[in-house]
Design a protein around this ligand. Structure first.
Ligand SMILES: NC(=O)c1ccc[n+]([C@@H]2O[C@H](COP(=O)([O-])OP(=O)(O)OC[C@H]3O[C@@H](n4cnc5c(N)ncnc54)[C@H](OP(=O)(O)O)[C@@H]3O)[C@@H](O)[C@H]2O)c1
Length: 294
């Protein structure tokens, strides 16, 4: 199969692209920074220099490929509109995320759990992302082999060009810099998570089968007191401290403080598991203990 992957120098896209190459597929990958092209090529991915704003380039690459995987930016509406047209009659997997379900809980535990059968309005800050997902799902409902994968907190070693997930490493960086890890409020807020290896396996399964529609991905879930506690232990520090949402926003920015580190985003991957997807990567605590160093 000839596959076009956006975000080929990134954490998710690079892992999927490199794994597809290792499985014998031909992969062309969009690379924004020319300096990263060599690392992408070293994984056997043909670098295509350009950005998501280059509609003619995206249309040409997606139109020539059997399948396109959009893993550069979950929120780029124009790129998705271009890909929707170019991928008609072909396969398209779009990378979305569960922060769409953020509840602004500021570190308190929430009990709502989402899956493919529930329909909750997104947080207002995430309405644009929800509209992008909806445009793809509408095409899928009309019969196109298009799927949206709503990813959880992902962790794990890079599987393609050098890259790191933005979430747990940023918490570790804060803990290193300040000498203590931090969570928002009491840190009882819960996120679903999955290892990068399992995410890649899911994309490959959906791609091979030409699956359509909405999929959640999740291996388990943890609260942020637990995750930051594991980081503190790995760094040899005293237990984490609580931060107000304002303190967290000054460190991580308003959006990430509220919708990533302070919220509950709990999902169940019912459709993926029904297809036979069996996540089995290491837990986030095990990955933290193995990789996070003082
Ligand atoms: N990692 C997670 O746990 C997670 C979970 C759920 C959803 N997501 C979402 O999935 C998407 C990818 O995440 P990631 O962790 O793989 O991020 P990442 O490591 O930053 O990778 C994104 C890649 O896409 C490229 N890119 C970004 N904007 C682009 C543009 N306008 N034109 C061309 N290339 C562009 C980046 O290029 P540069 O190398 O030049 O920056 C980078 O190589 C993000 O939207 C993220 O919010 C991530």
């Amino acid at each position: 199969m000839l596959v076009f992957v956006t975000g080929a120098s990134g954490y998710i896209g690079g892992a999927i692209a490199a794994t597809l190459v290792r499985a014998g597929h031909r992969v062309r990958g969009l690379v924004r920074a020319p300096a990263k092209a060599a690392a992408v090529a070293a994984c056997g991915i043909v670098p295509v220099i350009g950005t998501l704003d280059h509609a003619p380039l995206l249309a040409a690459e997606a139109g020539a490929a059997d399948a396109t995987i959009n893993a550069a930016d979950s929120d780029h509406a124009d790129a998705v509109a271009t890909l929707l047209a170019a991928c008609a009659g072909r396969r398209l997997l779009h990378t979305s995320g569960i922060s769409l379900h953020s509840d602004d809980a500021r570190g308190e535990r929430g009990e709502t759990i989402h899956d493919e059968t529930t329909s909750a309005p997104p947080h207002p800050d995430k309405a644009a992302r929800a509209a992008i997902d909806a445009s793809i799902l509408a095409a899928a409902a009309r019969g196109e082999a298009f799927a949206v994968i709503r990813n959880p907190l992902i962790y794990g070693d890079a599987l393609g060009p050098p890259a790191a997930s933005v979430q747990l490493p940023a918490l570790a960086a804060t803990a290193r810099r300040l000498g203590r890890a931090r969570h928002v409020g009491p840190g009882r807020n819960v996120w679903s998570y999955a290892a990068l290896t399992d995410i890649v396996t899911l994309y490959r399964m959906l791609l091979a089968r030409g699956e359509r529609g909405l999929f959640y991905a999740e291996y388990g879930e943890a609260d942020f007191a637990t995750l930051t506690g594991a980081i503190a232990k790995a760094l040899g520090q005293a237990p984490p401290l609580a931060w107000s949402i304002e303190e967290a926003a000054s460190e991580w920015g308003e959006q990430r403080a509220r919708h990533t580190y302070g919220s509950n985003c709990r999902v169940r991957a019912r459709r993926a598991r029904a297809l036979g997807w069996q996540p089995r990567g290491e837990s986030p605590e095990a990955w933290i203990a193995r990789v996070i160093k003082p």
